[in-house]
Design a protein around this ligand. Structure first.
Ligand SMILES: Cc1ncc(COP(=O)(O)O)c(C=O)c1O
Length: 410
C-alpha cells in the first residue's frame, strides 16, 4: 500500500496554509473539530450561490436542492456502510439527534426497565439517556472505564446486561484517551438480551472505517465537522427502527423514515458540503473514481490514513517517553486507538500548557471534553491536555509541540 502524500493533501486545506502572527498554525485540536479542505468549501458556497431553496418547489433550484440532499444521503450511507440512503438522518449535530432518539425510544420504556450508558462517553451520549430514563422511571447503569487501557470495562458491561435491559449507549472511541471500543463484541451481547445498541461514532469517524452492517448496531451517530466537513449531525438507524419509532414531529411534515426524523428546514449547504467531504475522504485512496466504486475507494483511503496516523502516534509516544514528567492516560500503543492523547504533566497544568501552545499558534485543548465520568475515574480533577492528530498532521509538527513544551518555564 502506497503512503499518503501528506504535502499534497495539506495543500487542499486553506487553514494549514495561512500565517497567524507570522507563524503557520498547527492544529492538534482535531477531536474538537477538524479543518476543512477546499472542495468542501467550494461545494457549500456553490450551493448557496446558485440554488438556495427549499424542497418541493416547481422550479430548478428546489429540484437541485432535492437532488443534492439525495446525493448527500447516498454518499453518507456509503461512508457508514449502510444498506440504503433512507437509513441516514441529518440534523443539527450529534447531541440534538441523540436527544430526539432518546425521546422517541423512551416512549416505549416501562418503569423498572434498565438502560446502560458508559463512563467512557462524551456526556451527550449519557445525559440524553439519563434524562429520558428519569422521565420513565427507568434504571440507568453506567459501565466503568478500564483505567489501564483508557477503554471500556467489557467484563462489567456483560454483568450489567440482563432481561430488563432496553438499550446500551456507548462510544466507538474515547474522545479523550483515543481508545477504541470493540463494537461488534458488544453488539452480540446486547442483542442476546433483546436490547438496542446506540453507538457514538463522533470521535471514531475521522480515523477509522465505520461499517454499521458489520457492526450490527441499531443506531449510530456522528458529526461531519469532526471528519473534515461542515457542522452537520448524522444519524444512522436500521430502517425498521426508523420506521417503527415515533419522534416528535410537526403535523403536516412527511411521516416516513428518514424524513419524519428531520425537523424543520435542513442545512442544505452542509449537505452539499458533506457530499464533497465523502468525496475528499475517498480521494485519499488515490484510486481513479471512474474505475473504482466509492466503497472501495473509502476502504483504501481509511487504510492509508490509518497507516499515517499510526506512525504519528508512534512518534508522539516516543517523544513522550523521553520526558518522564508527563503522564499518558490510556494505552501506550499506537494501535487499538485513534491518535488522540490525554496527557498531564507534573510541571504544568493542562490549562497552562494549552494556553502556552495557543500563544505560539499551536491549537490544543485542556479540560474534560464532556467525558465527565472518565476524567473523574482517571483522577485528574484539572482535566488533561488533549493532543489530537489527524491525517493532515506531520511528525515535524509533533516535534514542534514538544520543543515548545520543553521551553515552558517552570
Ligand atoms: C465523542 C463525542 N461525542 C459527541 C460529541 C458531541 O457532538 P456534537 O457537537 O455533534 O453534538 C462530541 C463533540 O465533541 C464528541 O467528541
Amino acid at each position: 500500500m502506497q503512503a499518503l502524500d501528506i504535502a499534497v493533501l495539506r495543500g487542499q486545506f486553506p487553514a494549514l496554509n495561512q500565517l497567524v502572527d507570522g507563524k503557520t498554525p498547527i492544529f492538534f485540536d482535531g477531536p474538537g473539530g477538524a479543518q476543512v479542505p477546499r472542495p468542501v468549501l467550494t461545494a457549500m458556497t456553490d450551493y448557496l450561490g446558485h440554488f438556495n431553496a427549499n424542497l418541493g418547489g416547481p422550479f430548478f433550484s428546489a429540484r437541485a436542492t432535492e437532488q443534492q440532499a439525495q446525493r448527500a444521503r447516498q454518499a453518507v450511507a456509503t461512508l457508514l456502510g449502510a444498506d440504503r440512503a433512507e437509513e441516514i438522518v441529518f440534523g443539527a449535530n450529534f447531541t440534538t439527534l441523540t436527544f430526539a432518539v432518546s425521546r422517541a425510544l423512551s416512549r416505549e420504556w416501562q418503569a423498572g426497565d434498565e438502560i446502560i450508558v458508559s463512563a467512557l462517553d462524551h456526556y451527550s451520549n449519557v445525559s440524553s439517556w439519563q434524562q429520558a430514563a428519569a422521565d420513565r422511571g427507568v434504571v440507568v447503569h453506567q459501565v466503568r472505564v478500564d483505567v489501564a487501557s483508557g477503554g471500556l470495562d467489557y467484563a462489567q458491561l456483560l454483568t450489567l446486561l440482563g432481561p430488563k435491559t432496553r438499550l446500551v449507549a456507548v462510544t466507538a472511541a474515547s474522545n479523550t484517551t483515543g481508545t477504541l471500543v470493540d463494537i461488534p463484541r458488544i453488539a452480540d451481547a446486547v442483542h442476546s438480551v433483546g436490547a438496542l445498541l446506540y453507538v457514538d461514532a463522533v470521535h471514531f469517524a475521522p480515523h477509522e472505517r465505520i461499517d454499521v452492517q458489520a457492526w450490527d448496531c441499531d443506531f449510530l451517530g456522528c458529526s461531519a465537522y469532526k471528519f473534515f466537513g461542515p457542522h452537520l449531525g448524522i444519524l444512522y438507524g436500521k430502517h425498521r427502527h426508523l420506521e417503527r419509532f415515533t419522534p416528535y414531529k410537526v403535523e403536516p411534515a412527511k411521516n416516513v423514515a428518514p424524513y419524519k426524523w428531520e425537523t424543520g428546514t435542513q442545512n442544505w449547504e452542509a449537505l452539499a458540503g458533506v457530499e464533497a467531504t465523502v468525496e475528499y475522504l475517498a480521494s485519499l485512496s488515490g484510486l481513479d473514481a471512474a474505475e473504482h466504486d466509492l466503497e472501495a475507494r473509502i476502504d483504501l483511503a481509511f487504510a492509508r490514513s490509518r497507516a499515517h496516523e499510526q506512525q504519528l502516534g508512534a512518534h508522539l509516544l516516543a517523544r513522550l517517553a523521553e520526558r518522564p514528567w508527563f503522564t499518558l492516560h490510556g494505552i501506550n500503543d499506537s494501535k487499538g486507538r485513534t491518535p488522540t492523547f490525554a496527557i498531564t504533566s507534573n510541571r504544568h497544568t493542562p490549562t497552562e500548557m494549552a494556553e502556552y501552545l495557543g500563544h505560539h499558534q499551536v491549537c490544543s485543548w485542556a479540560g474534560h471534553f464532556y467525558a465527565l465520568a472518565l476524567v473523574e475515574q482517571l483522577g485528574v480533577s484539572e482535566g488533561v491536555l488533549r493532543v489530537g492528530c489527524m491525517h493532515y498532521n506531520t511528525q515535524a509538527e509533533i516535534d514542534r509541540l514538544f520543543a515548545l513544551l520543553d521551553d515552558m518555564p517552570y
